[in-house]
Design a protein around this ligand. Structure first.
Ligand code: SAM
Ligand code: SF4
Length: 321
C-alpha cells in the first residue's frame, strides 16, 4: 500500500504515453511546431508495462492512459490488453481528444478498457477550431457516438474560457443530458505553455451560469479525487475540477508517469523522480524504489499561487493533465 507523508493513500497512476498530439489546443500546446515528434525519447510500451505491473503490486488500483494524444501511440489497444491480463480488477481508463475514437473504440473495448474521458470544449465547429486549431468537431462527435455504441461509460471534459466558449456551458450540459454522458468542467490551469491572454471561468462562475436555468444540488463526495459532483433536479449529474480552490490537494490520490520515464508526484510542483534507468533496465527493485520515493516526496499542496504569479512551467501534454 502506498501512503504519502500526509496520510493520503495513493492508488491512482496516470500514464502519459506520448507528448505528441494532432491538435494544438490554446490552453495546452499552441506553439508546438506542427512537425514536433518525441519518438526518440519515448519509453517502449513493453517497458512501461513492466513498470505498471510493479505499480499495481505496490497498491495502485486505477490507471488512466493519457498524453499528448494517447491514440497516436501504435499498439495502444494491445498495451491495454496486457495491463488487463495482468490485473483483471484494475480500473482502466483513457483520456483522449476523440479524433481517432471511431477507428479504435471497439478495439479498446475488446482490450478491457473500462471507461473513457473525451475532451470537447464546444458544440460549435468554429469554436472547436478556434480552441484546438483544427476543424474536427464532426470527427469528435462521431468518436463519442461510436464509443457509446460499443458500450463505454463516457465523461466529457470541457475547459470553459471567458469570451471563447462560456456561452457553450448550457448547450454542452444539455447535450450531455440527452446522451447520458457526465460532463466535467475543468477550470483552466494557467501554465507557461498556454496562450497568456486566456482567462478561465472558476467554479462559482460556472455554477452561476448553470443556475440561471437549473436548480443545482451539491452531491456529497463518494470517491477520492479532486472532482466535485453536482446534480440537477432532473437527476443529471455533472462535475467540476477546481484546482484554484484551497482544499483541492487534500483528496489527491495520484502520481503521474511521463512518456519519458519521470514520475511526477504533483501537477503543480516541479520536483520529480527520474525512473527512466530502472524502467529501461527492467529492474523491478529500482522501479519500486522510484515509486516509493515519489510518494514519499509528494507535497502537501501544489506550489501554485496566482497572486505571486506562479504558473506551472510543466506542460500539460508532458504530464498528461
Ligand atoms: N489529448 C488528450 C485530451 O485532450 O483529452 C489527453 C491529454 S490532455 C493534456 C488531458 C486533459 O487536460 C484534457 O481534458 C484537456 O482539456 C486538459 N487540459 C490541458 N491543458 C489544460 C489547462 N491548461 N487547463 C485545464 N485543463 C487542461
Ligand atoms: Fe492535444 Fe489534449 Fe493538449 Fe489538446 S489538450 S493539445 S488534444 S494533448
Amino acid at each position: 500500500m502506498l501512503i504519502d507523508s500526509f496520510d493520503r493513500k495513493i492508488e491512482y497512476l496516470r500514464v502519459s504515453v506520448t507528448k505528441q498530439c494532432n491538435f494544438r489546443c490554446q490552453y495546452c500546446m499552441p506553439d508546438t511546431p506542427e512537425n514536433f515528434s518525441d519518438t526518440s525519447s519515448l519509453i517502449p510500451l513493453d517497458k512501461m508495462l513492466e513498470f505498471i505491473k510493479v505499480a499495481i503490486d505496490e497498491g495502485i488500483k486505477k490507471i488512466r492512459i493519457t498524453g499528448g494524444e494517447p491514440l497516436l501511440r501504435k499498439d495502444l489497444a494491445n498495451f491495454i490488453a496486457s495491463i488487463r491480463s495482468y490485473s483483471p480488477e484494475i480500473e482502466l481508463a483513457l483520456t483522449t481528444n476523440g479524433f481517432f475514437l471511431k477507428q479504435y473504440a471497439q478495439a479498446l473495448k475488446d482490450a478491457g478498457l473500462n471507461r473513457l474521458n473525451i475532451s470537447l470544449d464546444s458544440l460549435q465547429a468554429s469554436k472547436v477550431a478556434l480552441i484546438s486549431k483544427r476543424d474536427v468537431l464532426p470527427q469528435i462527435l462521431e468518436g463519442i457516438d461510436e464509443a457509446q455504441k460499443v458500450g463505454f461509460p463516457i465523461k466529457v471534459n470541457m475547459v470553459p474560457l471567458k469570451g471563447i466558449n462560456d456561452d457553450e456551458i448550457l448547450p454542452m450540459l444539455e447535450y450531455a443530458m440527452q446522451r447520458k454522458i457526465t460532463l466535467r468542467f475543468i477550470e483552466f490551469m494557467e501554465n507557461d505553455h498556454a496562450r497568456s491572454h486566456l482567462k478561465g471561468l472558476n467554479e462559482a462562475e460556472i455554477l452561476h451560469i448553470i443556475s440561471q436555468k437549473y436548480r443545482i444540488i451539491e452531491v456529497p463526495k463518494q470517491t477520492l479525487g479532486p472532482s466535485k459532483s453536482y446534480q440537477l433536479e432532473n437527476g443529471t449529474k455533472f462535475g467540476i475540477i477546481a484546482p484554484h480552490n484551497d482544499d483541492f490537494c487534500k483528496s489527491c490520490n495520484r502520481i503521474r508517469l511521463t512518456s519519458e520515464g519521470t514520475i511526477c508526484p504533483c501537477l503543480y510542483y516541479q520536483e520529480a523522480v527520474d525512473a527512466k534507468e530502472g524502467i529501461l533496465e527492467g529492474d523491478s527493485q529500482k522501479m519500486r524504489e522510484s515509486i516509493r520515493l515519489s510518494v514519499k516526496n509528494k507535497p502537501e499542496k501544489n506550489q501554485w499561487d496566482l497572486e505571486q504569479n506562479e504558473h506551472s512551467a510543466r506542460a500539460f501534454y508532458y504530464t498528461g493533465g
